[in-house]
Design a protein around this ligand. Structure first.
Ligand SMILES: Nc1nc2c(c(=O)[nH]1)N[C@H]1C(S)=C(S)[C@@H](COP(=O)(O)OP(=O)(O)OC[C@H]3O[C@@H](n4cnc5c(=O)[nH]c(N)nc54)[C@H](O)[C@@H]3O)O[C@H]1N2
Ligand SMILES: Nc1nc2c(c(=O)[nH]1)N[C@H]1C(S)=C(S)[C@@H](COP(=O)(O)OP(=O)(O)OC[C@H]3O[C@@H](n4cnc5c(=O)[nH]c(N)nc54)[C@H](O)[C@@H]3O)O[C@H]1N2
Ligand code: SF4
Ligand SMILES: [Mo]
Length: 726
């Protein structure tokens, strides 16, 4: 007898509803949940592979401790005791400032992790905190915080009601969207086009998204801020602004007009590779659209001008009257609440960055973190504060962070390392202790983070489908254990007492008068979920959540200004000094000569960052080729399938296979990230296909200056063919 279970897919930001057919201990089949009002039956191959992930014999199921260079299975108490000893040793010799943590992408998808890492990080009492944010969306969060007051105040396309979507540096037909939770995007795009609306894509590659668009333009990597400034300037010039909606709410508007002045379409055109008349026409169309929106993602963040580009996206949405308006760029109202759903305090201070800068290179601390590109040098550079003990949680910096060769070397040189992961990966192989993650199907799920970015307000709580094995701990329990050890309370873990501390911290962050009834019966993430949901803007109690297995539609997005503004002025800060200070750097970019080749990345539906490039998703297709335009290949005398060597300022890849394609802009080459030529084997190593690691070429010295975010889009590279160097 099989049973159907409904739950949210935890793998990407689309948060699709799944219908999971289970027989006994086995997943028989996974389909999209047609009764989920948000995702409406949409599913991708990764979500369908969750059953295989659950059953994967390679998945770690016991803690491992390294003895004589080999991992051996141990009990949790041995593992905690080992961490306690390692930590004491490092603390005695080097003090608190020598310990740190890197948090990977799944941290924001897994309630056990995002609810329990804040206490863990506080217990660390060290500022060595790094995460995937600074190889991803940090510029957008930083800019949103400067303009609107909080890092979760991100305006996203109200695609279901718009007439015009101008998209830069995003490929949601493969990625399923980011900082924009929009399951079933292809259908939403079709609906937009059926209504007579238009999708315009700006990308150095004609991606799958671009192929479905009404118009696509190649753009030189890293030149979006120039292009967006030219649109801004043209809209001012044409008197195409529509600002009535923001009466009394805009600070710094005139400053934006002045700054945009030099960036005429004619001046920027040669740098962007987009004709001046096209820029003028796009500006006209955008301001004329009844309801329009500009959206930028990865490609506009992970580049040298990530902050300026992210800022200008919102500037344009404001100038055209589309911010906070139906069919424009809107703010979600998350069921679990967030810092912008609380009442404005009389003495609101606005967003402050940390005053600290990184020890070695002086890069900024934002959102309590230093840029991940600093990780290697912080581990390798001697002196007070040198990183000697690292925790990695659901991450793989040895593959995902620029300068990854150096990161691998530095990880190998640490005094002590502790990881929590599903697998032994290129990073966790260096750990002294690895704690296993459990299968996502053995734990409950709730998207507290992604509710902030939903294209329609929605909430779903999913209980665990399978009992967790009695021999394993939940990840929140592992984090409680590590938190206790870090707090100096020894390795004999008091799970009840530690959980109570974490719960109290969440109560303080989300105060409400009434105690939720679940507070007495539930423990772990469920108790916190019950609390934040009851304290949230819809006041949803746990019983209501549980009674709706397909989730609850909370309606189309509604305007939220001015109540959601948490800036000190109570206004939208159009011209934050931290961004204005970066405009001269952009102007000098106009003078620079372009290199012959720049490298960009790409994503494919059938892989997920560094950990699902595995046998189960790879259908034999090689997805790791270097895309190159035919004109470039001709010049180099290369044929399709030819082999090249690639090098950058920091590293080289000995062999990459060329795929000649008119999809890619001349002068640009593309390799996907997440692959590695490291062919390690052994227990706990996920079955995977080897491929070149693009981050060997990405340069940690290339970054967006205001935020410190990595700029691996647009890395200058040399392409070397067998008979010489081009
Ligand atoms: N050149 C280049 N580099 C990039 C990118 C790019 O486009 N180009 N993209 C960047 C982006 S956007 C991101 S987000 C990062 C991602 O970089 P990271 O977050 O560092 O790495 P991931 O590849 O997501 O690895 C996630 C790890 O978590 C483990 N894992 C999965 N689920 C769980 C869980 O529930 N619990 C635990 N404990 N572990 C789990 C997996 O086994 C895997 O080892 O890479 C970045 N790097
Ligand atoms: N299948 C799959 N889905 C995923 C992931 C995955 O690895 N696989 N990863 C998930 C994660 S962690 C994230 S953050 C999201 C990211 O989701 P998206 O933001 O959609 O990211 P990408 O698919 O990398 O698309 C970025 C686009 O930017 C373009 N680009 C590069 N440089 C520039 C530039 O300078 N300017 C412009 N305008 N464009 C540029 C690239 O050609 C590419 O098409 O995807 C998530 N979903
Ligand atoms: S699109 Fe994302 S959330 Fe939806 S099934 Fe695929 S991986 Fe899961
Ligand atoms: Mo990401």
């Amino acid at each position: 007898m099989s049973h159907l279970h409904y739950r949210t897919c935890p793998l990407c930001e689309a948060t699709c509803g799944l219908s999971i057919e289970v027989e006994g201990e086995n997943v028989k089949n996974i389909l999209g949940d047609k009764d989920n009002p948000f995702s409406r039956g949409y599913v991708c191959p990764k979500g369908r592979a969750l059953g295989a992930l659950h059953a994967d014999p390679d998945r770690l199921r016991t803690p491992l401790v390294k003895r004589d260079g080999r991992f051996v299975p141990v009990s949790y108490s041995e593992a905690f005791a080992h961490v306690d000893q390692g930590l004491r040793r490092v603390l005695e010799e080097h003090g608190r400032s020598s310990i740190g943590a890197y948090l990977g992408n799944p941290t924001v998808h897994n309630p056990s992790l995002y609810l329990y890492t804040p206490s863990f990080l506080r217990a660390m009492k060290s500022s060595h905190i790094y995460s995937a944010s600074s190889v991803d969306q940090l510029p957008k969060q930083y800019v949103s915080a400067l303009m609107f007051g909080t890092t979760s105040s991100i305006a996203l396309p109200d695609i279901d009601r718009t007439d015009y979507l101008l998209m830069l540096g995003a490929n949601p037909f493969e990625s399923n969207g980011s900082l924009w939770t929009v399951p079933d995007l292809p259908r939403r795009v079709r609906d937009l086009q059926t209504r007579g609306g238009r999708l315009v894509v700006i990308d150095p590659r004609r991606t799958r998204t671009a192929k479905h668009a009404d118009e696509h333009h190649f753009i030189r990597p890293g030149s979006d801020a120039l292009f967006l400034f030219a649109l801004t300037r043209t809209i001012f010039e044409n008197e195409g602004t529509r600002l009535e909606r923001y009466e009394g709410l805009l600070s710094g508007l005139e400053r934006v007009r002045e700054l945009a002045e030099p960036f005429t379409p004619e001046v920027v055109s040669g740098h962007c590779g987009i004709a001046a008349e096209d820029i003028r026409r796009l500006a006209r169309e955008l301001s004329a659209a009844e309801r329009g929106v500009v959206y930028g993602r990865m490609g506009t963040c992970t580049q040298a001008f990530g902050s300026l580009s992210s800022w200008l996206v919102d500037v344009l949405n404001i100038l055209t009257g589309n911010l906070d308006r139906e069919g424009g760029a809107m703010f979600a109202l998350p069921a679990g609440g967030s810092s912008n759903t609380r009442e404005r305090r009389p003495n609101e201070r606005g967003y402050r960055t940390g005053r600290k800068t990184s020890r070695v290179r002086g890069l900024p601390q934002i959102m309590g973190e230093f840029p991940a590109s600093c990780l290697a040098e912080e581990m390798e550079t001697p002196g007070a504060g040198q990183l000697r003990l690292l925790f990695t949680i659901a991450g793989n910096p040895a593959v995902s962070v620029p300068g990854s060769d150096r990161i691998s070397r530095a990880l190998a040189g640490l005094d002590f390392m502790v990881s929590i992961d599903m697998f032994v990966n290129q990073t966790t192989r260096h750990a002294d202790v690895i704690f296993p993650a459990i299968s996502p199907l053995e734990d409950s799920h709730f998207d507290y983070i992604f509710q902030n970015f939903m294209t329609r307000n929605f909430v779903q709580y999913s209980p665990a489908i399978f009992e967790k094995p009695t021999t394993q701990l939940y990840e929140w329990q592992v984090l409680l254990g590590l938190t206790q050890v870090l707090g100096g309370r020894g390795p004999d873990i008091d799970f009840e007492g530690e959980d109570e501390r974490v719960y109290q911290a969440w109560l303080q962050a989300h105060p409400i008068d009434v105690e939720t009834p679940e507070a007495r019966t539930l423990r772990g993430p469920d108790r916190i979920i019950a609390h934040v949901s009851a304290a949230g803007p819809y006041g949803l109690d746990f019983e209501t959540l549980r009674a709706k297995p397909h989730g609850i539609d909370l309606g189309a997005l509604k305007p939220r200004l001015p109540a959601m503004l948490k800036t000190a002025s109570g206004q939208i800060e159009m011209a934050p000094p931290a961004l204005l200070n970066d405009v001269p750097r952009l102007r000098s970019a106009l003078e620079g000569a372009p290199s012959e080749f720049v490298l960009i990345g790409r994503r494919h539906m059938k892989s997920n960052n560094s950990w699902m490039n595995s046998g189960r998703l790879a259908d034999g297709a090689d997805r790791t080729a270097l895309f190159m335009n035919a004109a470039d290949a001709d010049r180099l005398g290369l044929e399709d399938g030819g082999l090249v060597r690639l090098s950058s300022a920091v590293g080289s890849i000995g062999e990459a296979r060329v795929a000649i394609s008119d999809e890619i802009m001349p002068g640009v080459v593309s390799l996907p990230h997440g692959w590695s030529s490291d062919t390690m084997t052994g227990p706990g190593v996920q079955d995977r296909t080897p491929g070149p690691n693009v981050n060997v070429l990405s340069d940690p010295d290339l970054y967006d200056v205001p935020s410190g975010n990595a700029a691996f889009s647009g890395v200058p590279v040399q392409v070397l063919v067998a008979d010489g160097v081009s």
